[in-house]
Design a protein around this ligand. Structure first.
Ligand code: UDX
Length: 469
């Protein structure tokens, strides 16, 4: 390993914490700064605060050693060569990203710059943010040659964040000066030269000496647009397949077969073609809205993104219509909801389509009993008291005596449910699956009325045979 680089990461949310620990894993020395003292204390004490594979292991390995958690941004600025800004950029009322946290951090950094620093945008920000950060720092009296602002977007997914960081499809470094690009290229060298992949304790993943991640050097503005365009494109792919799934329902075709048929075209690719109840999470909804707003402000017609959003909203309404279609009236019906997280393998419920659906069902007067393997604690803590569902202890507890089961999150645990047991616990054997976790033929065989997305509804095989007999 070459000389470790001293790196500050400001913000210890999803992106910041994962980046801080992964930089340490790559051999660097990291100061992770957050202004929330309770968060800093929890991290110092070994609590990751989020549910994420590999994170507890990395936190235990590096906390209070190669990674120090602190509230002191002044010290971090003085000590570190590169300062990554990874604070939140929530959606404002107009759909724009709210950049006030980024601005506050930039002016605070400016007050403590005493030698050349590279300031790195790691948060997802609209194009031109680097210009604003530069202006803010200059306005605070820092000379233009004492710093550079670089964009280094992060593409990690929740649930596989550590693996994604250390085994990326690509690393994007948007820098308008060679000096700054060099610092970033050196930070990522353990990945791009493959030395990290020789480590016997490395986090496993798809990259190796033979399959090194490419590093793409671009202008700062291009890098900013790459991040928004990537997320918007992935959201578009999901809305596209959801629209196709609706067509499949109307035409009595099977969307899984269609998705496979189009995904095998290497120009399209098989990923992000899973139909469902629409995309959610802390990124796609916010980033599609922000990208659309950027285009609007620049006078560029990007109405395609409005359609992407419209399909996403409609997908939830269609699912509710499906529930109504299967159960007729909804008031007083007892529904087992499996899954609250916005996707499997995470406890995150931000912008979760499952939560939106629970709210819609409660609005219709249903009694909702929900179970999620990881997200219930957060749901209880974060949802307003008006969202009155009962939290079950297990799948069995949730489905007992229910009028139907609704599958809203793609947890593997749900796909592996014992169907006989499920059948025996339900009041009526009806499964309405928003994530296509089951094979319709198998469900019919097991005695269920089974509704899914973009595939024909099936009814119990057993019942038909019994009736004939
Ligand atoms: C996303 C991007 O993938 C990541 O690159 C970026 O850095 C942050 O945003 P994340 O929000 O963690 O990551 O989740 P992701 O796995 O992309 O799923 C987002 C949403 O789309 C989920 O609600 C998921 O269920 C849904 N989805 C995903 C589908 O409905 N169908 C698919 O085929 C894929």
């Amino acid at each position: 390993m070459k000389e470790p680089i001293r790196i500050a990461v400001v913000g210890s949310g999803y992106v910041g914490l994962v980046a801080a620990l992964c930089f340490a894993e790559m051999g660097h020395e990291v100061l992770c700064v957050d202004n929330d003292e309770r968060k800093v204390a929890a991290l110092q004490g070994g609590d990751t605060l989020i549910h994420e594979n590999h994170l507890p292991e990395l936190l235990n390995r590096y906390r209070n050693q190669q990674v120090r958690f602190t509230t002191d941004l002044a010290e971090a600025t003085r000590l570190c060569a590169a300062i990554f800004i990874a604070v939140g950029t929530p959606q404002s009322e107009t759909g724009d990203a709210d950049l006030s946290y980024v601005e506050a951090v930039a002016s605070e950094i400016a007050r403590h710059i005493d030698s050349y620093k590279v300031i790195v945008e790691k948060s997802t920000v609209p194009v031109y943010t680097n210009e604003w950060i530069r202006r803010v720092i200059e306005r605070n009296g820092v000379r233009r040659d004492a710093f550079d602002v670089v964009s280094n977007p992060e593409f990690l997914r929740e649930g596989t964040a550590v693996e994604d960081f250390l085994h990326p499809d690509r690393i994007v470094v948007g820098a308008d000066s060679e000096r700054a690009a060099k610092v970033l290229n050196a930070i990522y060298a353990p990945l791009t030269d493959g030395s990290y992949y020789d480590s016997p304790t490395k986090i496993p993943g798809c990259c190796s000496r033979e399959n090194l991640p490419p590093l793409l050097n671009t202008s700062t503005k291009s890098a900013e647009i790459i991040k928004h365009a990537s997320n918007a494109f992935l959201a578009l792919k999901i809305s596209f397949i959801n629209a196709v799934s609706n067509l499949c329902e109307a035409a009595d075709a099977n969307v899984e077969q269609v998705a496979r048929g189009i995904g095998l075209d290497s120009r399209i690719g098989p990923k992000f073609l899973r139909p469902g109840i629409g995309y959610g999470g802390s990124c796609f909804p916010k980033d599609v809205a922000a990208f659309r707003s950027v285009a609007d402000q620049m006078g560029v017609d990007f109405n395609l993104l409005a359609e992407v959003e419209k399909i996403n909203v409609n997908q939830k309404k269609r699912f509710l219509a499906k529930v109504r279609g299967a159960l007729w009236t909804l008031r007083g019906k007892r529904l087992a909801v499996l899954g609250l997280a916005f996707k499997g393998d995470t406890d995150d419920i931000r912008e979760s389509p499952a939560i939106d659906l629970v709210e819609m069902l409660l609005g219709e007067g249903c009694v909702v009993v929900a179970y999620d393997p990881a997200a219930m604690k957060r749901a209880q803590a974060e949802l307003p008291p008006s969202v009155q569902m009962r939290y079950a202890e297990s799948v069995d507890d949730a489905v007992r005596d229910a009028d139907a089961v609704l599958v809203l999150t793609d947890w593997r645990e749900f796909a592996e449910i014992d169907l006989e047991q499920l059948h025996s616990l339900l009041r009526y054997p009806i499964v309405i699956d928003g994530r296509n976790l089951f094979d319709p033929a198998r469900m019919a065989e097991a005695g269920f009325t089974y509704l899914s997305v973009g595939r024909a509804t099936v009814t119990p095989v057993r019942e038909t045979v019994d009736n004939v007999a």
